[in-house]
Design a protein around this ligand. Sequence first.
Ligand code: EPU
Length: 358
Amino acid sequence: MVVEKNVPLQPWNTFGIAARAQQLVRIRSVSDLLAVVNDSALAPLPKFVLGGGSNIVLTGDVKPVVLKIEIKGLRLVEETARACIVEAGAGEAWHDCVLWTLAHGFPGLENLALIPGTAGASPVQNIGAYGVELQDRFESLDAVDLWTGQSFTLDAAQCGFGYRDSVFKHAPATPPDDGEGLPRSMGLAGRAVITHVRFRLPKPWKPVLGYLDLERRRLEAGIEQPDARQICDWVCEIRRSKLPDPAVVGNAGSFFKNPTVTPDQCADIIAREPRIVHYPMPDGSIKLAAGWLIDACGWKGKTIGKAGVYERQALVLVNRGQGAESVTGGEVMTLAKAIQTSVYERFGIRLEPEPVVV
Ligand code: EPU
């Protein structure tokens, strides 16, 4: 096992923030993880799991030991009359997983095309786009408990998926006290390292076209029954037209979650702001478009220091600097707080950041 010291993290976070890891270990297999767990110097130290770095804001050098997950591999593990189960190593790039499944004739992930990040990070925030969330295509995952070195498997219910949420985003409540070592509390952040993820791709395949932008593309193209590759292409085109490419302009995707309100609260806001974009949810709550709220407060295209609000989608904060002159995590959070304050003052709604602030 090689412990790298003082490692620049700028190439490994999509915001392009300049920060360093005091110690970093590359994890290419489960045995690499066990070597960390069994190392007397590393074992007691806090850990930070780094996937594609596409959902983090680094506010300084990272003191916990960074575990950079590079476990590879894509394979079909099972095919039944009702589904194909595909397994990905946690370090596979997410979009490569989508393309691999389509190329091998296992459709189902196409609405999630072009999302930055890794397969291992996909359950952490339950990635979602264009009418599909990871939980709709999730079978199970394997992880290693850093406190005990034990491997374990979780199904969807055990992952506690919510909107951009799972057990992997919450801190563990208590150390294991039962001597058996299996995680007992709900939170697994910094404790469990996902090594493999399995996706359930239902048969027969059915397109998911309900999202307005996708339906518009379908009508424009005049295609009655698009196949999964066609939908993948449309999703890529829509994303490229709305969202900045992190390779060109640093960003972490949507910076805030879309907030939910009660129907009463929504009626109250509509009375004041008739044009507000809102969607009724199956549980009776109403989801509001955070991008619209931020846009309505005049933030689109604005900049504070080197942190900016993207011109084409107000929900995305971007790095207006580059290289050594890149934005700092502090600047990003200052802008985020200013946005939260103005949205709260105008609409009485508290926006919750989506990326993990490190
Ligand atoms: N809108 C504005 N102004 C803006 C931005 C948006 O008026 O500056 C309006 C749009 O016109 C639209 C509505 O707000 O009516 C929603 O916008 P959009 O369709 O772009 O989707 P979103 O709600 O902003 C969510 C996800 C995205 C995902 C898209 C497509 C969250 C936090 N974001 O964005 O996910 O790609 O839907 O499904 O749920 C991500 O999580 O990083 C992400 C990019």
